[in-house]
Design a protein around this ligand. Structure first.
Ligand SMILES: [Ca+2]
Length: 215
């Protein structure tokens, strides 16, 4: 180790250069995450106002998983959280954050399918504006979106406090009516088959009774 001041500095720089050269990709990814989390990019990464409104309106518990990949929200180092994203996912996140206008196809790794569809349909600019009026989100989503294809529109699931990503999770009465309508043909055919079977069995029993009487 060199004793003079200049020499010590040189050794330190050499170590740093070696660290970056040997782990360049990992270092860049860590740096990107650091910049993302601690810069202006972190501005409004989640909008809990929507979750809070859904809970208040429906009386049902709702957590960040309503729109986010991770139930604990986007901040952290777990799966689907900003600190746990790789380089490709960070690029997707960056693209999604630029989707200010509606109609842009996005695939944000910190959002689930419903969360991504909200941004695709409305654009971030409108979503940010709705933060102050979360009740209007349902109207803005309309009746067409049904992410889990259970027959209940996403807008209604938002108001009901049910999971728009889970086709088995919905208002039980609405699910019953949807399924009744969806399978009405099968139900009618089953009823007709049962009635015909009863009719046939009735005549068969009568026939057997007549034959028995004649004997
Ligand atoms: Ca649905």
């Amino acid at each position: 180790m060199r004793k003079n001041k200049k020499g010590v500095r040189l050794v330190l720089f050499e170590r740093k250069d070696h660290f970056i050269a040997g782990n360049s990709r990992a270092a860049i990814a860590r740096l990107a995450v650091f910049i993302f989390i601690f810069s202006g990019c972190n501005e409004a990464i989640a909008y809990p106002q929507f979750q809070e409104y859904a809970e208040k309106h429906s009386g049902q518990a709702a957590n960040c998983a309503m729109c986010h990949s991770n139930g604990n929200g986007p901040t952290g180092t777990g799966p689907g959280q900003i600190g746990g994203l790789n380089e490709d996912e960070l690029k997707k996140l960056d693209e999604a954050r630029k989707a200010f206008e509606p109609g842009e196809k996005i695939d944000s790794p910190i959002l689930n399918e419903f969360g991504n569809k909200i941004i695709e349909k409305l654009g971030r600019k409108e979503v940010i504006a709705l933060v102050k009026e979360p009740a209007r989100l349902a109207d803005k989503l309309g009746k067409e979106l049904d992410t889990d294809h259970d027959g209940i529109p996403d807008a209604e699931e938002y108001l009901d406090g049910t999971d728009p990503n889970n086709r088995f999770h919905g208002n039980p009465w609405k699910l019953f009516l949807v399924n009744l309508d969806r399978y009405k043909q099968h139900i009618l055919l089953t009823i007709a088959a049962v009635l015909l079977l009863n009719f046939g069995l009735g005549h068969l029993i009568k026939g057997i009774a007549l034959i028995t009487e004649k004997r």
